[in-house]
Design a binder for this molecule. Structure first.
Ligand SMILES: C[S@@+](CC[C@H](N)C(=O)[O-])C[C@H]1O[C@@H](n2cnc3c(N)ncnc32)[C@H](O)[C@@H]1O
Length: 315
């Protein structure tokens, strides 16, 4: 892609007021460059590593390493043995809001879990006694199960339920709920991947409506005083800042959290605490992330053992 489409140009103007910033953003989309690969350690490091580590960023979690360009961690025996999961740095950025939550926790529900990267991140960061990894699209369950098995995420149970059914079945049970929402996937282009129609208003609207529905259902899963994390890998404000605005209007019991380590990444498109990684910053293809706390008080119901038993059967 050499020339930006009209829709991409429009997006760049929506995101940045200055033409220099628009140009840098467009350049990363039109001329993708590789980002450093990353590993998320699920077990302690062995002493000799088959790849070279790069210096850590100031906010990088201690269980994540960035690797030299060209490293192929997924082709090593350590990967096969479940020592780590390969996660791109934009995902690390988005999931790092979880590091602001005190751990360990009793229950975490990942509503949109496949292929499992954020579930594994959450398991390492927060050590939940129960991790419910839910993926509604059945054909994506295989890779989720394979990844959780390989990385030996012992406390995981896997479900394949619509978010509305999940909310009706185990309401207010999770200290942490994670919504890594399906989105238009615009940041795929900055990695050199394809994302057909990702700038089209019809695709953006369809995704925004789905995100609202998932987030609304997810809010019912959150225990009193619990947390809800929302993240996407797309750039459109309609799927990010505007979703957050809508959510806080509809569910005023949730308050957005300031995440100290992400303050340099505060989105310039809103004053609400939420965070953006931009592709032109050179760390990753881009991500949006926000964390909310439920201010309601009260008791947290336990998940019915029958539900867990049924879910474990799938694993
Ligand atoms: C961004 S991906 C999740 C990636 C995953 N969290 C990870 O880190 O590996 C979004 C997921 O949402 C799922 N999804 C699609 N439609 C959905 C819906 N209506 N409700 C919940 N999840 C949905 C997709 O199948 C996809 O697996």
């Amino acid at each position: 892609m050499d020339q930006p489409s009209k829709l991409l140009l429009k997006l760049s103007r929506q995101l940045f007021s200055e033409s220099a910033q628009q140009g840098q953003f467009l350049d990363r989309i039109l001329h993708p460059r590789p980002y450093l690969p990353c590993v998320l350690w699920c077990q302690p490091h062995p002493p000799d590593l088959p790849f070279t580590l790069e210096p850590a960023t100031s906010w990088q979690p201690p269980f994540v390493d960035r690797l030299a360009l060209g490293s192929k961690p997924g082709q090593t025996a350590l990967h096969e043995q479940g020592y780590f999961y390969c996660l791109d740095f934009s995902s690390v950025f988005a999931a790092s809001v979880l590091c602001a939550i005190p751990s360990p926790i009793a229950c975490l529900i990942d509503v949109c879990a496949a292929p499992g990267g954020k579930s594994i991140f959450a398991w390492v960061a927060l050590q939940p006694a129960v991790l419910v990894s839910n993926e509604v699209i059945r054909k994506r369950l295989g890779m989720l199960i394979a990844n959780l098995r390989r990385c030996q995420i012992q406390t995981a149970v896997i479900t394949s339920l619509d978010s509305q059914v999940l909310a009706a079945t185990i309401p207010h049970t999770a200290q942490v709920v994670l919504v890594d929402a399906p989105c238009s996937g615009q940041s795929l282009l900055a990695k050199g991947d394809r994302a057909p129609g990702c700038f089209h208003p019809v695709s953006i609207n369809k995704n925004a409506n789905r995100q609202k529905r998932i987030l609304a259902n997810a809010s019912y899963l959150v225990a009193p005083q619990g947390y809800l994390a929302y993240m996407t890998c797309t750039y459109s404000p309609e799927e990010n800042e505007r979703i957050i605005n809508w959510f806080l209007e509809q569910f005023p019991q949730f308050r957005p959290m300031v995440i100290p380590h992400l303050m340099p990444y505060q989105s310039h498109l809103t004053t609400i605490p939420c965070y953006r990684m931009w592709p032109q910053e050179g760390l990753g293809a881009g991500a949006f992330t926000a964390l909310f706390q439920n201010t309601e008080t009260g008791d947290t119901p336990e998940i019915a053992p029958a539900f867990l038993q049924q879910a474990r059967l799938i694993l």
